[in-house]
Design a protein around this ligand. Structure first.
Ligand SMILES: Nc1ncnc2c1ncn2[C@@H]1O[C@H](COP(=O)(O)OP(=O)(O)O)[C@@H](O)[C@H]1O
Ligand SMILES: [Mg+2]
Length: 289
Protein backbone atom coordinates (compact mmCIF):
# COMPACT_ATOMS: atom_id res chain seq x y z
CA UNK A 1 0.00 0.00 0.00
CA UNK A 2 1.15 3.52 -0.69
CA UNK A 3 0.82 6.43 1.75
CA UNK A 4 -2.56 7.45 0.39
CA UNK A 5 -3.85 3.92 0.87
CA UNK A 6 -4.04 2.91 -2.80
CA UNK A 7 -2.80 -0.49 -3.82
CA UNK A 8 0.64 -0.44 -5.40
CA UNK A 9 0.70 -2.53 -8.53
CA UNK A 10 3.31 -3.45 -11.04
CA UNK A 11 2.36 -2.83 -14.65
CA UNK A 12 2.83 -5.81 -16.95
CA UNK A 13 5.23 -3.83 -19.13
CA UNK A 14 7.22 -0.81 -18.13
CA UNK A 15 9.33 1.04 -20.71
CA UNK A 16 11.56 3.62 -19.07
CA UNK A 17 13.50 6.37 -20.79
CA UNK A 18 13.90 4.40 -24.01
CA UNK A 19 16.28 5.87 -26.56
CA UNK A 20 17.07 4.57 -30.04
CA UNK A 21 19.70 6.35 -32.08
CA UNK A 22 20.38 5.51 -35.68
CA UNK A 23 23.80 6.48 -37.02
CA UNK A 24 23.96 8.65 -40.09
CA UNK A 25 24.21 6.71 -43.32
CA UNK A 26 27.25 8.74 -44.41
CA UNK A 27 30.84 7.61 -44.09
CA UNK A 28 32.80 7.83 -40.84
CA UNK A 29 34.39 11.21 -41.72
CA UNK A 30 31.00 12.88 -41.88
CA UNK A 31 29.53 11.04 -38.92
CA UNK A 32 27.49 13.27 -36.69
CA UNK A 33 25.80 12.51 -33.40
CA UNK A 34 23.23 9.74 -33.90
CA UNK A 35 19.71 10.62 -34.95
CA UNK A 36 17.23 9.87 -32.17
CA UNK A 37 14.24 8.05 -33.65
CA UNK A 38 13.04 7.35 -30.10
CA UNK A 39 13.98 9.96 -27.55
CA UNK A 40 13.40 9.35 -23.85
CA UNK A 41 10.14 7.41 -24.15
CA UNK A 42 8.47 6.00 -21.04
CA UNK A 43 5.11 4.24 -20.71
CA UNK A 44 3.43 1.32 -19.02
CA UNK A 45 1.01 -1.32 -20.25
CA UNK A 46 -1.31 -3.10 -17.85
CA UNK A 47 -2.71 -6.59 -18.28
CA UNK A 48 -5.63 -6.72 -20.67
CA UNK A 49 -5.59 -3.07 -21.69
CA UNK A 50 -5.05 -1.41 -25.05
CA UNK A 51 -2.49 1.35 -25.19
CA UNK A 52 -2.68 3.19 -28.50
CA UNK A 53 0.45 4.83 -29.81
CA UNK A 54 -0.48 7.55 -32.27
CA UNK A 55 1.44 10.15 -34.22
CA UNK A 56 2.29 11.12 -37.75
CA UNK A 57 4.58 9.11 -40.02
CA UNK A 58 8.18 9.20 -38.80
CA UNK A 59 7.33 10.05 -35.20
CA UNK A 60 8.99 6.87 -33.90
CA UNK A 61 6.03 4.53 -33.37
CA UNK A 62 7.41 1.51 -35.24
CA UNK A 63 10.84 1.94 -33.71
CA UNK A 64 9.22 1.93 -30.28
CA UNK A 65 7.29 -1.22 -31.24
CA UNK A 66 10.47 -2.93 -32.41
CA UNK A 67 12.26 -2.01 -29.20
CA UNK A 68 9.42 -3.38 -27.09
CA UNK A 69 9.34 -6.60 -29.14
CA UNK A 70 13.13 -6.80 -28.80
CA UNK A 71 13.56 -6.85 -32.58
CA UNK A 72 15.90 -3.86 -32.03
CA UNK A 73 18.30 -3.15 -29.18
CA UNK A 74 17.73 0.16 -27.40
CA UNK A 75 20.60 2.65 -27.27
CA UNK A 76 19.64 3.18 -23.65
CA UNK A 77 16.71 2.81 -21.31
CA UNK A 78 14.94 -0.17 -19.84
CA UNK A 79 12.08 -2.53 -20.66
CA UNK A 80 10.67 -4.51 -17.77
CA UNK A 81 8.16 -7.26 -18.41
CA UNK A 82 6.46 -8.67 -15.32
CA UNK A 83 9.32 -7.36 -13.24
CA UNK A 84 12.07 -8.84 -15.42
CA UNK A 85 14.50 -6.54 -17.24
CA UNK A 86 14.41 -7.68 -20.86
CA UNK A 87 16.20 -4.83 -22.63
CA UNK A 88 19.64 -6.37 -22.09
CA UNK A 89 18.83 -10.04 -22.67
CA UNK A 90 20.84 -11.76 -25.39
CA UNK A 91 19.02 -13.51 -28.22
CA UNK A 92 19.27 -16.94 -26.55
CA UNK A 93 17.80 -15.63 -23.31
CA UNK A 94 14.86 -14.02 -25.06
CA UNK A 95 12.83 -17.17 -25.64
CA UNK A 96 10.43 -16.81 -22.74
CA UNK A 97 9.85 -13.18 -23.71
CA UNK A 98 9.20 -14.11 -27.34
CA UNK A 99 6.31 -16.29 -26.26
CA UNK A 100 4.81 -13.45 -24.19
CA UNK A 101 5.00 -10.66 -26.75
CA UNK A 102 3.97 -10.94 -30.39
CA UNK A 103 3.73 -8.47 -33.26
CA UNK A 104 1.21 -8.08 -36.08
CA UNK A 105 2.64 -5.90 -38.84
CA UNK A 106 1.02 -3.57 -41.33
CA UNK A 107 1.51 -5.51 -44.53
CA UNK A 108 0.54 -9.17 -44.19
CA UNK A 109 1.96 -10.03 -47.60
CA UNK A 110 5.46 -8.91 -46.67
CA UNK A 111 5.31 -10.24 -43.10
CA UNK A 112 4.05 -13.73 -44.04
CA UNK A 113 6.36 -16.13 -45.87
CA UNK A 114 4.86 -16.36 -49.40
CA UNK A 115 6.14 -19.91 -49.87
CA UNK A 116 4.55 -21.28 -46.72
CA UNK A 117 1.01 -22.54 -46.20
CA UNK A 118 -1.28 -20.90 -43.65
CA UNK A 119 -0.70 -23.89 -41.41
CA UNK A 120 3.09 -23.57 -41.61
CA UNK A 121 2.90 -19.84 -40.92
CA UNK A 122 0.57 -20.17 -37.95
CA UNK A 123 2.54 -22.96 -36.31
CA UNK A 124 6.01 -21.45 -36.98
CA UNK A 125 6.33 -19.44 -33.73
CA UNK A 126 5.52 -22.52 -31.65
CA UNK A 127 7.97 -24.63 -33.58
CA UNK A 128 10.72 -22.01 -33.26
CA UNK A 129 10.16 -21.73 -29.54
CA UNK A 130 9.98 -25.49 -29.09
CA UNK A 131 6.44 -25.37 -27.74
CA UNK A 132 4.34 -28.53 -28.15
CA UNK A 133 1.13 -28.79 -30.17
CA UNK A 134 -0.71 -31.55 -28.32
CA UNK A 135 -3.39 -32.02 -30.96
CA UNK A 136 -0.85 -31.93 -33.81
CA UNK A 137 0.14 -29.02 -36.05
CA UNK A 138 -2.73 -29.45 -38.47
CA UNK A 139 -5.53 -29.48 -35.89
CA UNK A 140 -3.82 -26.67 -34.02
CA UNK A 141 -3.68 -24.43 -37.10
CA UNK A 142 -7.22 -25.29 -38.18
CA UNK A 143 -8.55 -24.41 -34.75
CA UNK A 144 -6.78 -21.04 -34.80
CA UNK A 145 -8.02 -20.32 -38.32
CA UNK A 146 -11.59 -20.88 -37.20
CA UNK A 147 -11.05 -18.60 -34.22
CA UNK A 148 -9.92 -15.71 -36.45
CA UNK A 149 -12.80 -16.23 -38.88
CA UNK A 150 -10.99 -18.15 -41.62
CA UNK A 151 -12.10 -21.39 -43.23
CA UNK A 152 -9.95 -24.18 -41.70
CA UNK A 153 -10.13 -26.03 -45.00
CA UNK A 154 -7.90 -23.30 -46.44
CA UNK A 155 -4.98 -24.22 -44.18
CA UNK A 156 -2.88 -25.49 -47.08
CA UNK A 157 -3.24 -22.26 -49.07
CA UNK A 158 -0.43 -19.75 -49.36
CA UNK A 159 -0.72 -16.04 -48.48
CA UNK A 160 -1.26 -14.96 -52.10
CA UNK A 161 -4.43 -17.04 -52.20
CA UNK A 162 -6.01 -14.93 -49.47
CA UNK A 163 -7.37 -11.38 -49.58
CA UNK A 164 -5.57 -8.66 -47.59
CA UNK A 165 -8.01 -8.90 -44.71
CA UNK A 166 -7.80 -12.69 -44.65
CA UNK A 167 -4.00 -12.60 -44.78
CA UNK A 168 -4.00 -10.22 -41.83
CA UNK A 169 -6.16 -12.75 -39.96
CA UNK A 170 -3.40 -15.32 -40.58
CA UNK A 171 -0.94 -12.87 -39.03
CA UNK A 172 -3.25 -12.53 -36.04
CA UNK A 173 -3.60 -16.32 -35.74
CA UNK A 174 0.19 -16.61 -35.81
CA UNK A 175 0.45 -14.11 -32.97
CA UNK A 176 -2.21 -15.97 -30.97
CA UNK A 177 -0.46 -19.30 -31.45
CA UNK A 178 1.89 -18.81 -28.51
CA UNK A 179 -0.83 -17.47 -26.16
CA UNK A 180 0.96 -14.14 -25.66
CA UNK A 181 0.20 -11.64 -22.91
CA UNK A 182 0.87 -8.70 -25.20
CA UNK A 183 0.27 -8.25 -28.91
CA UNK A 184 1.78 -5.25 -30.64
CA UNK A 185 -0.28 -4.24 -33.67
CA UNK A 186 1.88 -1.95 -35.80
CA UNK A 187 -0.59 -0.30 -38.19
CA UNK A 188 -2.16 -3.75 -38.44
CA UNK A 189 -5.39 -2.46 -39.97
CA UNK A 190 -4.04 0.64 -41.73
CA UNK A 191 -3.68 -0.95 -45.16
CA UNK A 192 -7.18 -2.46 -45.17
CA UNK A 193 -10.35 -1.05 -46.71
CA UNK A 194 -12.57 0.71 -44.19
CA UNK A 195 -15.19 -2.07 -44.07
CA UNK A 196 -12.55 -4.79 -43.68
CA UNK A 197 -10.80 -2.62 -41.12
CA UNK A 198 -13.93 -2.55 -38.96
CA UNK A 199 -14.23 -6.34 -39.14
CA UNK A 200 -10.61 -6.87 -38.13
CA UNK A 201 -10.93 -4.37 -35.26
CA UNK A 202 -13.99 -6.25 -34.02
CA UNK A 203 -12.03 -9.49 -34.25
CA UNK A 204 -9.13 -7.99 -32.27
CA UNK A 205 -11.54 -6.79 -29.59
CA UNK A 206 -13.34 -10.12 -29.37
CA UNK A 207 -10.07 -12.07 -29.08
CA UNK A 208 -8.91 -9.73 -26.33
CA UNK A 209 -12.18 -10.19 -24.44
CA UNK A 210 -11.77 -13.97 -24.73
CA UNK A 211 -8.08 -14.18 -23.88
CA UNK A 212 -7.37 -11.15 -21.71
CA UNK A 213 -4.11 -10.15 -23.40
CA UNK A 214 -3.05 -6.53 -23.83
CA UNK A 215 -2.44 -4.59 -27.03
CA UNK A 216 -0.01 -1.88 -27.93
CA UNK A 217 -2.02 -0.62 -30.86
CA UNK A 218 -0.12 1.63 -33.24
CA UNK A 219 -2.06 3.72 -35.73
CA UNK A 220 -1.98 7.12 -37.32
CA UNK A 221 -5.77 7.03 -37.84
CA UNK A 222 -7.47 8.39 -34.73
CA UNK A 223 -10.92 7.20 -35.83
CA UNK A 224 -9.53 3.65 -35.61
CA UNK A 225 -7.78 4.30 -32.31
CA UNK A 226 -10.97 5.56 -30.73
CA UNK A 227 -12.65 2.22 -31.41
CA UNK A 228 -10.12 0.12 -29.55
CA UNK A 229 -7.90 2.11 -27.17
CA UNK A 230 -8.26 2.30 -23.41
CA UNK A 231 -5.34 4.72 -23.13
CA UNK A 232 -3.58 6.83 -25.72
CA UNK A 233 0.01 8.05 -25.99
CA UNK A 234 0.77 10.67 -28.62
CA UNK A 235 4.22 10.65 -30.25
CA UNK A 236 5.92 13.45 -32.08
CA UNK A 237 9.55 13.55 -33.18
CA UNK A 238 10.52 10.53 -31.11
CA UNK A 239 8.88 11.71 -27.90
CA UNK A 240 5.59 11.09 -26.13
CA UNK A 241 4.06 14.55 -25.94
CA UNK A 242 0.81 13.57 -24.27
CA UNK A 243 -0.78 10.47 -22.77
CA UNK A 244 -3.87 9.60 -20.81
CA UNK A 245 -7.19 7.79 -20.78
CA UNK A 246 -8.71 7.65 -24.24
CA UNK A 247 -11.63 9.99 -23.61
CA UNK A 248 -9.46 12.51 -21.77
CA UNK A 249 -7.06 12.73 -24.69
CA UNK A 250 -9.81 12.80 -27.32
CA UNK A 251 -12.16 15.20 -25.55
CA UNK A 252 -9.66 17.53 -23.91
CA UNK A 253 -6.30 17.29 -25.65
CA UNK A 254 -3.69 19.39 -23.85
CA UNK A 255 -0.88 19.39 -26.35
CA UNK A 256 -1.20 21.53 -29.50
CA UNK A 257 0.13 18.63 -31.57
CA UNK A 258 -2.67 16.35 -30.31
CA UNK A 259 -5.25 19.00 -31.21
CA UNK A 260 -3.74 19.22 -34.67
CA UNK A 261 -3.97 15.43 -35.10
CA UNK A 262 -7.60 15.43 -33.95
CA UNK A 263 -8.52 18.29 -36.24
CA UNK A 264 -7.17 16.29 -39.18
CA UNK A 265 -9.48 13.31 -38.57
CA UNK A 266 -11.90 13.04 -41.48
CA UNK A 267 -15.50 13.54 -40.44
CA UNK A 268 -16.76 10.07 -41.28
CA UNK A 269 -18.20 9.25 -37.88
CA UNK A 270 -21.28 11.37 -37.09
CA UNK A 271 -21.66 9.84 -33.63
CA UNK A 272 -18.12 10.78 -32.71
CA UNK A 273 -18.57 14.21 -34.21
CA UNK A 274 -21.60 14.83 -32.02
CA UNK A 275 -19.76 13.46 -29.00
CA UNK A 276 -16.79 15.75 -29.65
CA UNK A 277 -18.96 18.80 -30.13
CA UNK A 278 -20.74 18.08 -26.87
CA UNK A 279 -17.58 17.45 -24.87
CA UNK A 280 -14.69 19.35 -26.34
CA UNK A 281 -13.65 22.61 -24.71
CA UNK A 282 -12.12 23.46 -28.09
CA UNK A 283 -15.36 22.92 -29.98
CA UNK A 284 -15.75 26.65 -30.57
CA UNK A 285 -12.35 26.90 -32.20
CA UNK A 286 -13.13 23.96 -34.45
CA UNK A 287 -16.38 25.47 -35.58
CA UNK A 288 -14.50 28.51 -36.79
CA UNK A 289 -12.12 26.36 -38.84
N1 LIG B 1 16.81 1.33 -39.39
C1 LIG B 1 16.76 2.68 -39.46
N2 LIG B 1 17.86 3.40 -39.79
C2 LIG B 1 17.82 4.76 -39.83
N3 LIG B 1 16.73 5.49 -39.56
C3 LIG B 1 15.59 4.83 -39.24
C4 LIG B 1 15.55 3.39 -39.17
N4 LIG B 1 14.29 3.02 -38.81
C5 LIG B 1 13.58 4.16 -38.67
N5 LIG B 1 14.36 5.24 -38.92
C6 LIG B 1 13.94 6.64 -38.84
O1 LIG B 1 13.42 6.88 -37.55
C7 LIG B 1 12.31 7.75 -37.59
C8 LIG B 1 11.11 7.07 -36.95
O2 LIG B 1 10.71 6.02 -37.78
P1 LIG B 1 9.51 5.05 -37.40
O3 LIG B 1 9.74 4.53 -36.02
O4 LIG B 1 9.38 4.06 -38.48
O5 LIG B 1 8.27 6.05 -37.38
P2 LIG B 1 6.71 5.77 -37.52
O6 LIG B 1 6.47 4.32 -37.31
O7 LIG B 1 6.08 6.63 -36.47
O8 LIG B 1 6.32 6.22 -38.90
C9 LIG B 1 12.10 8.09 -39.05
O9 LIG B 1 12.74 9.33 -39.31
C10 LIG B 1 12.79 6.97 -39.78
O10 LIG B 1 13.27 7.40 -41.03
MG1 LIG C 1 5.50 2.91 -38.55
Amino acid sequence: MTEDGTQTRTPMLRASRLVKEFGSKRGPLQRRAGFRAVDDVSFTVDRGETLALVGESGSGKSTTARLIARLLDPTSGSIEFEGVEVSSLAARQLRPYRSQVQVVFQDPFSSLNPKHSAEQIITAPRRHLGLPMPTGASAFARDLMARVGLDPDHSTRRPAQFSGGQAQRIGIARALAVSPKLIICDEAVSALDVSVQAQVINLLKRLQAEEGFAYVFIAHDLAVVRQIATRVAVMSQGRIVESGERDAVFDAPRHPYTRELLAAVPRIDPEWDAHRRANSPFAGQEAAA
